[in-house]
Ligand binder design. Structure first.
Ligand code: B16
Ligand code: MG
Length: 217
């Protein structure tokens, strides 16, 4: 029986995954190589510095200096933040707001489980900063997805055992993290990238509280 729903943020509640991609691609281009959408799948759900390591690997570039890596990651983050600072409540993905209001009204606990250190800014911009019973983001964890820490911490903050939690995720690393946490994992997006999920939905346009039982069967 599901008692709590944990939402990934980037790519599930809002379409910021595209802003991450644009910023990483710009950085790659500056360093003389390209980043395809397929390669970008490896970066989804992964922390900023770990994403940079994957990007450098894709470009065949070796950088040993931690300071140099920090500089590149900061540059990417500044480009990314230019876009998220323009976000507004209408940027919440279709069906999501309605679904979370329904969940609250039917006494489900709801949380955010994100690897991002920018989650607070995004939630504020889209007007959902005081909506969730728990927000666990990149500022509260020491290991990013696919480690289960983010989701286990969310369950702990909600005071609900992991087996009663259901996670919505758009990244393969996030599905892996949810499964490792012992939770049900619903992929949001393209099945090709999310085949390890318990179920995959294209988006939230047809999802409502009544369907949670169906999702978990
Ligand atoms: P930041 P999520 C993740 O957020 C993104 O999917 C991933 O692409 C990003 O690198 C990571 O957050 C860190 O984000 O640079 O903003 O701290 O999908 O777990 O909500
Ligand atoms: Mg995501």
């Amino acid at each position: 029986m599901i008692k709590a729903i944990i939402f990934d943020l980037d790519g599930v509640v809002v379409d910021t995954a595209i802003f991450h991609y644009q910023a990483w691609k710009r950085l790659a281009n500056e360093m003389g190589f390209d980043l395809t959408p397929e390669q970008n799948e490896q970066l989804k759900g992964i922390s900023r510095l770990e994403s940079l390591d994957i990007l450098l690997d894709i470009g065949g570039i070796t950088i040993d200096s931690y300071e140099e890596k920090q500089k590149l990651a900061t540059k990417k983050n500044e480009w990314y933040r230019e876009n998220i600072l323009k976000m507004k409540p209408s940027d919440i993905l279709p069906g999501v707001r309605h679904f979370i209001v329904d969940l609250k009204n039917t006494n489900y606990k709801i949380a955010i489980g994100s690897s991002s250190k920018n989650a607070g800014t995004i939630l504020e911009r889209i007007g959902l900063d005081s909506f969730f019973d728990a927000v666990v983001d990149g500022t509260k964890i020491s290991k990013s997805k696919p480690d289960p820490e983010v989701f286990l911490k969310a369950a702990e903050e909600l005071n609900i055992a992991p087996e009663y939690c259901l996670v919505f995720e758009d990244a393969a690393a996030g599905i892996e993290a949810a499964k490792k946490a012992g939770m049900l994992a619903i992929g949001v997006g393209d099945y090709t990238n999310l085949s390890n999920a318990d179920k995959v939905i294209p988006d939230f346009s047809n999802i409502n509280v009544m369907l949670i039982d169906n999702l978990t069967k």
